[in-house]
Ligand binder design. Sequence first.
Ligand code: FES
Ligand SMILES: [Fe+2]
Length: 402
Amino acid sequence: MTKNAAPDRAAWARAMSDPAAFAHEQAQLGQVWTLLGLTTDIPNDNDWFRATLGGRSVFVQRFGDMIKGFENVCRHRFFPLRTRDRGNGVIRCGYHHWQYNKDGLAVGIPHCQELFGMTPRELGARLTPVEIATCGMAIFGRFAAPHATETLEQYLGDGYLIIQALCNRTTPPHRLTIKAKANWRALFHIGLDDYHLVAVHPKTFGKDGYLKQDTVRYFRLGRHSAYFNGTENDAIVSMIAQCRDGTYRPYGYRIFQFFPNVSIVQLRALKSWYILLMQYIAVAPDRTEVRIWFYPAPFPATDKSWLASLVRRYLEFWMPPFLWAYVRRVIREDASACEQGQTVAHQIDGLPILGRQEERIAWFEETYAEAMQAPPLPPPPMASGVSDSGGHVAVAFTKDNK
Ligand code: FES
Ligand SMILES: [Fe+2]
């Protein structure tokens, strides 16, 4: 920048409308621990599901008691290995039948010696790995980078204990996906904003007027944050202590936001506690998929009578349609507001003016800015039998025959 250049006041929002800035943003986020799915999606050996990490298609697969992740791109000629959302089976590409082992190494290559002049081991073609770590039933992943050395536990900080307590279940939760024609960050912002309730949700959250500031508490947990309904200033401290010693039981409407794109809501309906796990998956600058999982809060019931347990089972069966109708309505209202905002996202020219009920947006944006400044991901290593200048062993692929 020259001495007199004007500050770039729109830089923070450019990825919300500009495809190149969006691609850069997603590449940077590929090295941040990101929720990919749940262990309940892959209970059996060789179960797999497809996910998105940093704007790239990846898949996660169970191998016995190990969970591994790879970029969903064949090393031969870059075809997707997984073409559905989930399934079960070995890693075999549908284009020429290259087969990979649990380390992502191509070990089964049809006519390898004849066509490539060496064995699969000598060729050494590998899938790009995704680092995997779990917390409760949540599976997180990131692309390896030399500077990204934090473990998932370190990355989540005290939030690790909270996820471990709230996302802990062996049977698959109910799930729902909602598509929005708006940027993922705008959708995440609206979840960090308690000021919009009257204007955007006049018949639900906002029907009683503006939220009274002294009835809620916001807490910052490193890169993450929390909303607690209530007035206890140290409620988060006691919750973390209880999660640590296993005595936590749900209390109060609470929302936890984990950078970059996960929200966990603890809510009470018909005298029972439930968890909504939501993820905002960036598809394009102006398109987002909101994935939602819903399940009863994973804690022993306080009322253990047969009647109470019958009511709980009845509710677990009948609750989803009612809850989905409510959640769909609220998220659609949020999405409509963000879709309106998206029409002028390219005109953003300055910083937003944030009030106290939007404080968590500023926290989120601080973390986002840090993530954007991290060194970029290094390119994946070449196969050992392939030269770095391009081309493979059997047929040259040079500038002349491109
Ligand atoms: S592209 Fe996968 S085997 Fe050829
Ligand atoms: Fe909202």
